[in-house]
Design a protein around this ligand. Structure first.
Ligand code: HEM
Ligand code: HEM
Length: 222
């Protein structure tokens, strides 16, 4: 059986690093390891910003234009049920929702504090109403991320058990077999040079955002 490359290496790295980072964020918040929590939060933010950039400059099936769930794509998928080589429009809907939820969770973290010693780099910058909103988002957002992830994993299990289609192996190896995709669907390579350039730029941007551009907090001890 022939196999064709569908998911580039950056997408696969992004996916499994995101899963590990979310686990670390949950663990560090539950156990009061706030300094580590904040560092992991910066990494989660970097991953989301990278995925947005990769959705524009990445390989064919990684691009938002390839899988953005427009009403006509959704309608077509629900009627003729043909599976595209990359994300199907329903899966894509969930993926975009997860990216937005995780992005909101990480962004709101920048503006809050833990009522003790630690705070995000932009704590104190917003009006108190906006800060309250950020707090509300950060304290409730994770529940929505968990619900969305559970639906995502259930959908993948449904494909495995009912549709007899393994989506997990392609997310590990990048390749799908020729009874699921055609030769013309395959990508030639993972655009590694573009990946290195994009990841470096995103890394510098996040460093600028959370260190260089962050306001200096004046601390007074009486
Ligand atoms: C915290 C939990 C998870 C989150 C937030 C998450 C998020 C995502 C995202 C954002 C994508 C889109 C990838 C991209 O185009 O960049 C994706 C795809 C995928 N994820 Fe997850 N994921 C989670 C857990 C898992 C787990 C545990 C598995 C495996 C058991 C899994 C298997 C997959 C697969 C197979 C795809 C590709 C789906 C397709 O073929 O369209 N995910 N996930
Ligand atoms: C996707 C990324 C993130 C996730 C999933 C996440 C998740 C969480 C969760 C589940 C809590 C516990 C909330 C509660 O007890 O009600 C929490 C608390 C907290 N997070 Fe995050 N977080 C993320 C990013 C960040 C970032 C980037 C920062 C700061 C720069 C941050 C700063 C904090 C602080 C200061 C608290 C403590 C709040 C308190 O004790 O009142 N988080 N986070």
């Amino acid at each position: 059986m022939k196999q064709y490359l569908i998911w580039d290496l950056p997408i696969r790295l992004f996916h499994w690093l995101l899963v590990c980072t979310l686990l670390a964020l949950w663990y560090t918040s539950e156990n009061g390891l706030i300094e580590n929590h904040i560092k992991c939060g910066y990494f989660a933010l970097s991953l989301i910003v990278f995925r947005i950039v990769w959705g524009v400059v990445g390989t064919r099936h990684a691009k938002f234009t390839a899988f953005f769930p427009t009403p006509s794509r959704l309608k077509k998928f629900l009627i003729d049920k043909r599976e595209p080589p990359g994300h199907n429009p329903l899966g894509a809907l969930m993926i975009i929702l997860m990216l937005v939820l995780i992005g909101l969770q990480a962004t709101s973290g920048l503006f809050i504090d833990d009522d003790v010693f630690s705070s995000g780099p932009y704590y104190g910058v917003l009006s108190s109403e906006l800060e309250k909103i950020m707090n509300t988002i950060h304290h409730n957002g994770f529940d929505f991320i968990l619900i969305a992830s559970a639906i995502h994993i259930a959908a993948i299990a449904y494909y495995r058990v009912v549709k007899k289609r393994d989506l997990i192996k392609p997310m590990l190896t990048g390749k799908k077999p020729d009874n699921d995709v055609n030769e013309k669907d395959g990508i030639a390579h993972s655009k590694i040079i573009t990946f290195i350039v994009a990841a470096t730029i995103v890394g510098f941007f996040i460093y600028w955002l959370v260190v260089l551009n962050a306001p200096v907090i004046e601390e007074f001890y009486y």
